[in-house]
Design a protein around this ligand. Structure first.
Ligand code: SD4
Length: 295
């Protein structure tokens, strides 16, 4: 079976994102071009309330964005707590390609983006502002499981030469403290790949994924011979064990997607409701439901 190339990304917004990524990859683009083009679709869509433009703000009404990108040579770039830039993934790519660093945050990330020609714009849509004002009435922080079925977008690509790329971007947890950074821009937590083994990415409650070095651990499980789905499952089980008596357990959701060097892929989540989009030459682009531990 020809399993290369294959693209996999989280949630239903992964579907149109995969289409853009597939077009880029089969049109002569690199894996990095593909994952960047793919997740930009979600970032630019104001109807996606958990990514980029239109994302739900923090409790001060500020949309703050986290994103990272990683290539097959283990180069990576990341931005966190970035405001006013519609496509943080493209800034993350510039951090990777045009600086000696891996991660830029906050005002420094914004200054860097502006210096590279990105435009500053208001990312808070009237809909998100309305939801924020409504939230302010009670001001209770309790993350929602499977936010309208489209949380972070994470995308993994295996190109036809067997090289891996990954991207991850989000507006993070709605109503978070100003300055909060989740797992999504953290290499090893929200996204990780090792071109000898495979790639993995996370969605869900970032704090839990950071505590357990989630995506890096999924890749290590694949290194030890586990299939992508088994690897995701083992780490979800571990996260469950670590959080059984934790105050986050009440609203804890985490999900992982993974792909290995052979083009085998899979996903697994703690609670039901997680799905992902997969695209390959054989079956085209489609949604698949992840297996899960509990409802
Ligand atoms: C984060 N994984 O920032 C992301 C997305 C999210 O509740 O909002 N999760 O934690």
């Amino acid at each position: 079976v020809q399993r290369k190339p294959v693209i996999i990304s989280t949630w239903k917004h992964g579907f149109p994102a995969n289409e853009a990524a597939w077009k880029t990859l089969t049109g002569g683009g690199t894996g990095i071009d593909a994952v960047e083009a793919g997740v930009r679709v979600s970032e630019g869509d104001p109807k996606e309330r958990s990514v980029g433009y239109g994302g739900l703000p923090d409790r001060e009404g500020k949309v703050t964005l986290d994103a990272c990108i990683m290539d097959s040579d283990s180069n990576c770039g990341s931005v966190a707590f970035l405001q006013g830039i519609k496509h943080p993934i493209s800034v993350a790519r510039k951090v990777m390609e045009e600086t000696p660093h891996v991660m830029l945050v906050g005002q420094g990330a914004l200054n860097f983006a502006l210096s590279k020609g990105f435009k500053e714009e208001n990312l808070l849509t009237p809909e998100s502002e309305k939801d924020w004002k409504k939230w302010l009435e009670k001001s209770k922080y309790k993350p929602v499981i499977n936010i309208e079925n489209h949380d972070t977008i994470s995308m993994l690509a295996l190109d036809e030469n067997g090289n891996l790329s990954g991207a991850c971007t989000t507006s993070g947890a709605a109503w978070k403290l100003h300055g909060r950074v989740g797992d999504s821009p953290i290499i090893g937590a929200g996204l990780f790949l090792d071109n000898e083994v495979g790639a993995a990415a996370a969605t869900g409650l970032g704090e839990a994924v950071i505590r357990t070095a989630g995506s890096a651990m999924v890749v290590e499980q694949m290194r030890m011979g586990k299939s992508p789905e088994e690897a995701c499952k083992i780490i979800v089980e571990r996260i469950f064990e670590k959080h059984k008596n934790h105050k986050d357990m009440e609203y804890l959701q985490v999900g992982f997607i993974a792909v290995n060097k052979n083009g085998e892929y899979g996903g697994y989540s703690l609670r039901s409701g997680f799905n992902y989009a997969v695209c390959d030459a054989e079956k085209g682009n489609r949604m698949e439901d992840a297996s899960f531990k509990m409802t």
